[in-house]
Design a protein around this ligand. Structure first.
Ligand code: C2E
Ligand code: MG
Ligand code: MG
Length: 459
C-alpha cells in the first residue's frame, strides 16, 4: 500500500455517511436488544455501559438532528492507587460520587446521557448551545470531587468533543473526546481539553509511522546499533548496549526519539523490542560459535512490557533457543517502569533474575525515582542517568552524586554512568569510585558489525 492509498483507508474509516450512520444505529440497537437489560448497565453505578450509552445518545440525535451535541470523556488518573491505598470501598465511593454528579446533569439538562465505560472512565453526552457550558461542567465536577475527597488528591481529566456537524455519530464523538483527553490525562496543570482537528491529523500521522515501521520491521529497515560500555580506568570495552535505529528508505537513519514515543503508544514497541532481543541473542550465539567469549550486551525492555504476563517466559525462551548463557544478555528497564505496575514487572524480573539474568535499572534519576525502589526492587545494576551530569560543576550536584555512589556501593548494587562527554565528568566519577561508563567521550552507538570489528581489535 503506498502513502496515498493508506491515507484514503484512514480517511474512509472516519467517513460519516448518512448510510453509515443508519447502519451504526441499527447495529447498536441490535446489540442493546440482544442482551439482558441489566447487562447494559454498570453493576456498581447503574449507569449505561458503552453500547447502551451509544444507543441512548443515538436515539436523541435521531429524534433531534438539528441540535449541537458534545461528548465529554473523563478519566481518573491512577484510580488503581486510590483502591490500593485507601481500600476498595473508598474507590467505590468515589465512582458512585462521580456517577451521582453525572446523574444530576442528566436530570437538569435535556438531551443528556451519562455512561460508565470502564472502571475509571465515564462519559457524558449532551446537547449544548455554547461551548462554555461544557467546560463549566468539567470545572464543576472537578470542584465537587475536590470538596468531597479533599483528604486525598484525585486527578480527574476531561476530553471534550463539541461537534459542529449535523447529527454526528456518537462513537466518532467519543473517539475524538478520548483523543482530546489523552492531551491532558494525568497532567496537574490542565483539567480539560477540547478536541481539535489537528489531533486527528497527528493521530493519522502516528498511525502512518506505525504501519510504515511494521513493514520496515519485516524488510530489514529496523537495525540494532551498539554503544560500547567501558572501564574508565583502563579504557577497555566491557560490554555494550543495543539501541534501535530505523533506516527508513529515502529518509536515512532515524533515532529512537523520532519513533519510540509513538510506537510505545500504539504497542508496536513490543514487537520492536522482541526483534532487538532476538538479534542480540543471535549475535552472541555467533560469537560463541566462533569460539570467542562474548561481552555482555544489554537490551532495553520498554515499560509497555509491564502489562505482559509472559515477558519472562519469552526471554527465557530465547535464551534456550539460541543457547546463549544468561550472563551475556543484560536487561535494562527504565526507572519509571519499576514504578508503573510494580507487581507484574517485579514478578517478571524476579523470575528472570532467578534464572541468572542481570537486571539493570535504566535512567536512574531522570524521572520520579524513589530511593525506596533501590531497596525493594529486583535489580542488580543502576544506570546513573546523564541528567545528573548536566551541572556537575555545581557543588550541590557533586554532593548528590557522591552520596548516590556511596549508597549504591553499600547496597551492593553495580553502577554505570551514562552520558560521559567530558574529561572533567570522567575524572569526577572515577575519583569517586564509579568506573564503568557509557558515553560519547568513549564511543557513540555504531552498527553491530562495526562493534564486532572493534571488539576483535580491542581484545
Ligand atoms: P537509553 O536506554 O538510556 O540509552 C542511552 C541513550 O543515551 C542512547 O540514545 C545513547 O545514544 C545516548 N547517549 C549515550 N552516551 C551519550 C552521551 O555521552 N551524550 C549524549 N547526549 N547521549 C548519549 P538513543 O540511542 O537515541 O536512545 C534513546 C532512548 O531510546 C534509549 O535511552 C532508550 O530509552 C530508547 N531505546 C533505544 N533503543 C531501544 C530499544 O531497542 N527498545 C526500547 N524499548 N527502547 C529503546
Ligand atoms: Mg538503556
Ligand atoms: Mg539510560
Amino acid at each position: 500500500m503506498d502513502k496515498e492509498q493508506r491515507d484514503k483507508v484512514f480517511a474512509a474509516s472516519y467517513q460519516k455517511t448518512e448510510e453509515g450512520k443508519e447502519q451504526l444505529y441499527n447495529y447498536e440497537k441490535n446489540k442493546v436488544e440482544s442482551v439482558d437489560d441489566i447487562a447494559n448497565y454498570n453493576s456498581l453505578t447503574k449507569l449505561p455501559i458503552l453500547r447502551m450509552f451509544n444507543y441512548k445518545s443515538s436515539e436523541i440525535v435521531k429524534a433531534n438532528p438539528d441540535l449541537k451535541y458534545a461528548v465529554i470523556v473523563m478519566d481518573i488518573t491512577r484510580f488503581k492507587a486510590v483502591n490500593e491505598f485507601l481500600g476498595r470501598s473508598e474507590g467505590d465511593r468515589l465512582l458512585l460520587f462521580i456517577a451521582d454528579c453525572l446523574n444530576k446533569y442528566v436530570e437538569e439538562r435535556s438531551f443528556t446521557v451519562a455512561g460508565h465505560m470502564r472502571a475509571d472512565t465515564f462519559c457524558l453526552f449532551t446537547a449544548y448551545i455554547d461551548q462554555s457550558e461544557l467546560s463549566d461542567i468539567c470545572v464543576n465536577i472537578k470542584r465537587r470531587i475536590k470538596n468531597m475527597f479533599n483528604s486525598f488528591r484525585v486527578i480527574i481529566s476531561f476530553g471534550i468533543c463539541a461537534s459542529r456537524d449535523r447529527s454526528p455519530a456518537i462513537p466518532y464523538l467519543k473517539d475524538c473526546a478520548t483523543m482530546a483527553l489523552s492531551e491532558v490525562k494525568g497532567k496537574y496543570y490542565a483539567d480539560y481539553c477540547f478536541f481539535r482537528d489537528e489531533m486527528r491529523t497527528n493521530m493519522l500521522k502516528e498511525k502512518l509511522i506505525e504501519s510504515d515501521m511494521m513493514v520496515g520491521l519485516e524488510h530489514g529497515e529496523v537495525i540494532p546499533y551498539i554503544q560500547p560500555k567501558v572501564d574508565m580506568t583502563t579504557g577497555k570495552i566491557i560490554g555494550g548496549e543495543a539501541l534501535v535505529r530505523w533506516n527508513k528508505p529515502g529518509e536515512g537513519i532515524k533515532s529512537p526519539a523520532e519513533f519510540i514515543p509513538i510506537i510505545e503508544k500504539t504497542g508496536l514497541i513490543i514487537n520492536v523490542d522482541r526483534f532487538m532481543w532476538a538479534r542480540i541473542f543471535a549475535y552472541q550465539k555467533r560469537v560463541l560459535d566462533e569460539g570467542r567469549t562474548p561481552l555482555p550486551i544489554s537490551v532495553n525492555v520498554s515499560r509497555m512490557h509491564s502489562f505482559e504476563d509472559k515477558l519472562a517466559q519469552r526471554i527465557l525462551g530465547m535464551h534456550e533457543r539460541y543457547e546463549v548463557p544468561t550472563e551475556y544478555v543484560v536487561l535494562e528497564i527504565t526507572e519509571s517502569a519499576f514504578a508503573l505496575d510494580e507487581n507484574n514487572m517485579d514478578d517478571q524480573m524476579k523470575k528472570l533474575r532467578q534464572s541468572g539474568f542481570t537486571i539493570s535499572m535504566d535512567d536512574f534519576g531522570s524521572g520520579y525515582s524513589s530511593l525506596n525502589m533501590l531497596r525493594s526492587r529486583e535489580l542488580d545494576e543502576v544506570k546513573i542517568d546523564k541528567e545528573f551530569l548536566s551541572d556537575i560543576e555545581n557543588p550541590k550536584s557533586r554532593i548528590v552524586i557522591r552520596n548516590l555512589i556511596n549508597m549504591l556501593r553499600e547496597l551492593n548494587v553495580e553502577m554505570i554512568v551514562e552520558g560521559i562527554e567530558t574529561e572533567a565528568q570522567k575524572k569526577f566519577f572515577v575519583d569517586n569510585g564509579c568506573t564503568r561508563a557509557q558515553g560519547f567521550l568513549f564511543y557513540k552507538p555504531m552498527p553491530l558489525d562495526e562493534f564486532d570489528e572493534l571488539l576483535k581489535k580491542d581484545s
